[in-house]
Design a protein around this ligand. Structure first.
Ligand code: EPZ
Length: 445
């Protein structure tokens, strides 16, 4: 699918932020631990959630959408224990079923999810945690197999505060006997959301949000109803779009604390930011000035907003430096931005950006979810028309993205590309409830 954007229109208006992709994906997996029905509210209708639900069904879970953003999940006593590679390769978060199924003390076999172009994304920390908990972990023919031996709580130190490894170990430990302590744990808001969800099902998790998490294992997990936190990365993307397009955007239904790193950086660049309970307004009042960014685990600046910030800094007067400390290869969007006139020098983990007066529309290609979103932002600022191919990558993580931006004045058209899947464009407009019929919802190219 392609998105065609006419540049030069400052975005003006309000946008309601959806539930967090990176919380929804782990909570859907964690629901497998429950013996009762689980209802999840505020789940975004995005492609990655759709894929995660396909895995739920393959494992034997039943799941239905209720209304626009509520999921009703029910798992049988005996689950299938293997995820096919054809599904796992579509989504890294398939690896989160490892910890969820391990919590049920059963054997687990999942394909090693491939790397993607932001990095090799190994799973050594996940596997270290499971083997320390008493699983026999093997890696053969591209599959990880974890067979429970004596599953007992222990103290696990993470060399890096990996989000996924922390989540998998939390879930596996929730079903182990005894107490597990995770040291140097990830502190992201999505970790806290998972801990609250596990506790709502009967687990005993303490310390989430700090680097030391304590889990007292149990085998009693009941059903619950739980609402997913708002998506801080989606919110940050729309806030940065206000600066890039020279307009004024209010993001609603956010948790301001989760946005502190972004708010601070937007103020450094010279944007006006107004906070009001669960709303944040960002407006461009004058020139953008260069600043430096270092991505870090939470509460540092989030790596998922590094590419969108690159677009803003490409238009900021002076020289900015971005250091990407979380992934080893997350500057892919720089080459596409250079085709639009940006001045960016990438060397290893560092990108040096020389601000330019304007970007010009061009034909560009999305390489990953956040790079795709960044090209959309660049298209809003550019002179002329920008055509973004492989734009379906954007629907992986941004609910109703065309509908939300168009409502703020953006001029965007979704065009089918050869080989598009069904319903791929409908997901952009926010009317995907009726998406399952055979129209793609795209304008003909
Ligand atoms: C989660 O990925 C998010 N995905 C990512 O969001 C996010 O960028 C990332 O956390 C960092 O915040 C989901 O939650 C589904 P990590 P995850 O394990 O868990 C290395 C997006 O755009 N590492 O914290 O895979 C790894 O290579 C996506 O929404 C190991 O070395 O991230 C990376 O360099 C992209 N060994 C670093 O840690 C391991 O065993 C951070 O990875 C695990 C990770």
């Amino acid at each position: 699918m392609k998105l065609v954007v006419q540049g030069g229109t400052p975005l003006k208006g309000r946008v309601r932020i959806s539930g967090a992709k990176n919380s929804s994906l782990v909570l859907i997996a964690a629901s497998a631990i429950s013996s009762g029905e689980v209802i999840l509210d505020n789940v975004p209708r995005i492609a990655d959630v759709k894929t995660q639900l396909e895995i739920v069904r393959v494992l034997g879970g039943q799941v239905v959408w209720e209304g626009r953003n509520t999921l009703r999940l029910k798992w049988p006593e005996r689950l299938n224990r293997e995820i096919p590679y054809s599904l796992a390769k579509k989504i890294r978060a398939s690896n989160l079923f490892l910890g969820a199924l391990a919590a049920k003390r059963g054997q687990v076999k999942i394909p090693l999810p491939g790397g993607c172009n932001i990095g090799s994304r190994p799973m050594d920390l996940h596997l270290k945690g499971l083997s320390m908990l008493g699983f026999d972990v093997s890696l053969e023919h591209g599959f990880i197999e974890a067979v429970p031996k004596k599953v007992e709580g222990c103290t696990i130190y993470l060399d890096f505060p990996s989000v996924g490894a922390t989540e998998n170990i939390m879930m596996a430990a929730a079903g182990a006997s005894g107490t597990t302590v995770i040291e140097n744990a990830a502190k992201e808001p999505e970790i806290v959301d998972l801990a609250n969800f596990l506790n709502a099902m009967g687990a005993k998790v303490r310390g989430a949000g700090t680097d030391l998490i304590r889990i007292d294992g149990t085998q009693e997990f009941h059903g619950t109803r739980f609402s997913v936190i708002p998506d801080r990365i989606e919110a940050g993307t729309y806030m940065i779009a206000a600066g890039v397009s020279g307009g004024e955007v209010t993001v609603e239904n956010v948790i301001v604390k989760h946005l502190q790193p972004v708010i601070a950086k937007l103020q450094d660049v010279g944007l006006e930011v107004e906070v009001n309970e669960d709303k944040v307004t960002v407006r461009r009042v004058g020139e953008l000035t260069a600043t430096d960014i270092k991505t870090l685990p939470y509460p540092g600046f989030p790596t998922d907003l590094q590419s969108p910030m690159m677009v803003l800094l490409a238009l900021a007067k002076g020289t900015s430096v971005i250091v990407e400390n979380v992934f080893e290869n997350r500057f892919q969007v720089a080459d596409e931005l250079k085709r639009m006139g940006a001045k960016i020098q990438v060397k290893g983990h560092t990108a040096v950006i020389e601000g330019v007066e304007y970007l010009s529309g061009a034909q560009v290609k999305a390489s990953d979810l956040r790079a795709g979103a960044s090209l959309l932002l660049a298209g809003f600022a550019a002179r002329g028309e920008t055509e973004i191919s492989v734009a379906e990558l954007i629907t992986r993580g941004y609910e109703a993205v065309v509908g939300k931006f168009s409502a703020m004045g953006a001029k965007i058209k979704a065009l089918a590309d050869e080989g598009d899947g069904l319903g791929i464009c409908a997901g952009l407009s926010g009317h995907e409830e009726d998406r399952d019929d055979d129209q793609t919802g795209c304008a003909s190219s």
